[in-house]
Write a protein that binds this ligand. Structure first.
Ligand SMILES: [Zn+2]
Length: 92
């Protein structure tokens, strides 16, 4: 039993670089996902979708906070466009 255990332990350490690499990658993806989730807030006031210009009503949950401002979106695709390149839509 002791021998089996130590063999298993050795095997799990057999490829540390690959394991750590995958872990770091998945941790980064979860962190990215978590960050987007955390920034989702309910819209406090009526606003305008910065991507397409449609009005977004207070209470909308398709939002994204950028530079301490919460923007509302009419659809997930508008939000996605904004999140991937906010400066493009904030230029005046
Ligand atoms: Zn839109």
């Amino acid at each position: 039993m002791a021998l089996l255990f130590s063999t298993t332990a050795f095997k799990s350490n057999g490829n540390p670089v690959k394991s750590v690499g995958n872990l770091a990658e998945s941790a980064r993806n979860s962190a990215l996902f978590a960050a987007q989730q955390v920034q989702t807030d309910t819209l406090k006031t009526d606003a305008k979708d910065p991507v397409c210009g449609m009005k977004v009503k207070k209470g909308a949950t398709l939002t994204h906070t950028h530079d301490k401002t919460t923007y509302g979106f009419c659809s997930k695709s508008c939000k996605k466009s904004f999140v991937s390149n906010p400066d493009k839509y904030l230029k005046k």
